[in-house]
Design a protein around this ligand. Structure first.
Ligand code: GLY
Length: 574
């Protein structure tokens, strides 16, 4: 697919800038890092990390704690993820040493159609895939958390749901991060009666420090605690389907009844002495994380220096290539053939590396996905979102990223349930080459079809060395997730940073289109940026993005957990 620099791209560029750079909080100066031996939970909100920690201290394992933290996030950070959304979970069980991946991503309803967001002229209707009930995919969070818990949890399901119920029922003081998120989506929230009731006081926005009680959500969570299936076939399902029918949505009782999470093989590959496992399609995260690491190959990144123009150029050019391939080849593997083996092959990376010139940046018009025949040659070689990371005392590891997509998802709540609906349908390509919320373009592989899963960038990872856990991490940030996780991997495994430094270090990002290198303001010196400009990079400086977290196992046996200084998360260990 040929990149076109239409005015639409420019509009989305502006939107992407607001999404990524406009929503950051005052960054915290200190490293949000903790060390412990027994177990640790890190999430984007202190109360969710606390929920995870309490469950670990009650004798729960990493699966119990991750489910508790995820459900708590649904209450305290509904704008980023929740039971009305979906996600991906990676689990490494100490007993087997294998990594499993659970896909509980939202799926397109049966009545979804390829052109559902186009007008009669074939143009994308502005915001049709972003606001309101029609933007929602079938939610998978409850089914996903229950599935992994039923198979691998230790504590009763009710014990795992209890902290979220308490937070919804008793309320919690909203932070300025929360109130700013409401403010940014206040138009959509105020338009939807149920959302207005939950997230405003009769239309007036909450101020930081005020208590938010979510009674409907508490009732819904109680039902889920007694019978998780009620979300898909019981009272809750009926409430969602009826609200959809009244508000122009297309999710039906049948869609909810048919939803099932899918166990998938993660994509795993070697980088230096490490084995890195990450989420496979329908996420693009794992494939392109490994692809970029392969392109970097054995470049002496230490010698080049982490913030040197050479390193940043190499990163940018590798990212550009990966995102060009993403736009062409990535989609739901149950609907299209995704050339995972080829894209993650070392030989393919060698070809791609040979196309990088160190003295000069390519323009994105020059960089294209290779044609299918060329890629095929490599196929048979020896494949607003939130993240949380949990490790227990047996060293079971959960790395979980889930989402409602854009801030406050569809900006609509299913009446009477307190469930905020996702706007994940926007992660499909509404039309070939038309950018989504994150400025990402896609083609045929990611077109809309009933039952299909929209392509994601979510990249939960688990890294081992010599069969022993070493690092788990992930991040929100739409299109930037892959490159954020990449830089955490390099920071820990190549630059030997501790967890706090690794998630907080300044970042860069390139996603092919729009053709510009995003760099974090004040993170890189002027001479470096000038050098990159001379090589042809179009530089855009911004406040920062990501809100990542990670847990590292140190060589002396400590769990070192850290949340990003860019957000309000915390690590909690014991
Ligand atoms: N909704 C963002 C992603 O899945 O990549």
């Amino acid at each position: 697919m040929l990149p076109k620099f239409s005015s639409k791209v420019r509009i989305y560029t502006l939107f992407l800038t607001v999404v990524l750079f406009g929503c950051q909080q005052q960054q915290r100066p200190n490293l949000q890092q903790q060390r412990s031996k027994q177990g640790m939970a890190v999430s984007a909100h202190p109360l969710a990390s606390e929920a995870g920690l309490n469950v670990l201290q009650q004798g729960g394992n990493a699966v119990d704690a991750a489910a508790a933290a995820a459900l708590a996030i649904s209450v305290v950070e509904p704008f980023s993820a929740g039971i009305g959304g979906g996600g991906f979970l990676l689990l490494r069980r100490a007993e087997t040493g294998t990594v499993q991946a659970l896909d509980f991503r939202e799926r397109a309803p049966k009545r979804a159609a390829r052109d559902m967001y186009l007008d009669r002229q074939g143009k994308v209707r502005p915001r049709a895939s972003l606001d309101g009930h029609l933007a929602a995919g079938i939610p998978g969070t409850v089914a996903g958390l229950y599935t992994v818990h039923r198979e691998y949890g230790k504590l009763p399901w009710a014990a795992v749901v209890a902290p979220a119920i308490a937070l919804a029922e008793n309320g919690f003081p909203v932070s300025s991060r929360f109130t700013k998120a409401v403010e940014r989506r206040s138009d959509a929230i105020k338009r939807n009666r149920a959302a207005r009731q939950v997230f405003t006081r009769g239309g007036t926005l909450y101020r930081p420090g005020e208590l938010l009680v979510q009674r409907d959500l508490a009732r819904t969570l109680r039902k889920i605690s007694q019978n998780p299936q009620s979300f898909y076939t019981g009272d809750i399902a009926r409430a969602i389907a009826s609200d959809m029918a009244k508000n122009g949505g297309i999710i039906t009782l049948e869609d909810l009844k048919n939803y099932t999470p899918i166990w998938r093989n993660p994509v795993c590959g070697n980088f230096r002495t490490y084995q890195i496992c990450a989420m496979s399609p329908p996420s693009s995260g794992g494939v392109h994380l490994l692809q970029i690491l392969n392109i970097l190959g054995d470049a002496d990144l230490n010698k080049l220096g982490r913030k040197s123009p050479d390193t940043l150029h190499l990163l940018a050019e590798s990212m550009r290539i990966a995102y060009a391939d993403r736009a062409e080849y990535l989609g739901d593997p149950d609907f299209v053939t995704v050339p995972v083996k080829a894209l993650t092959s070392k030989n393919y990376a060698t070809l791609r590396r040979s196309q990088i010139q160190m003295s000069k940046a390519k323009t994105s018009i020059e960089v294209k996905a290779v044609d299918a025949q060329t890629l095929n040659r490599f196929a048979y070689e020896s494949p607003e979102t939130t993240h949380l990371t949990v490790v227990d005392k047996e060293r079971n590891v959960v790395s979980l990223t889930f989402t409602v997509n854009g801030g406050f998802g569809a900006g609509a709540v299913a009446a009477g349930t307190g469930i905020l609906l996702n706007n994940e349908m926007d992660d499909f390509a509404s039309a070939p080459g038309v950018p989504n919320l994150f400025g990402l373009v896609g083609g045929e592989a990611n077109s809309i079809a009933p039952g299909k899963t929209p392509l994601s960038s979510m990249t939960p990872i688990i890294v081992t060395e010599n069969g022993k856990f070493r690092l788990a991490a992930g991040a929100p940030g739409g299109s930037t997730i892959i490159t954020t996780v990449l830089q955490i991997v390099l920071n820990v495994l190549v630059y030997d940073m501790n967890a706090g430094e690794a998630v907080s270090a300044p970042r860069v990002h390139h996603q092919w289109l729009p053709d510009r290198l995003m760099v974090e303001k004040a993170g890189f010196d002027a001479a470096t940026l000038d050098d990159l400009r001379r090589r042809g990079h179009v530089i855009r400086e911004g406040e920062g993005w990501g809100n990542a977290n990670a847990i590292v196992l140190t060589s002396d046996g400590w769990l070192e957990g850290a949340a990003d200084r860019r957000g309000e998360g915390e690590a909690r260990g014991f």
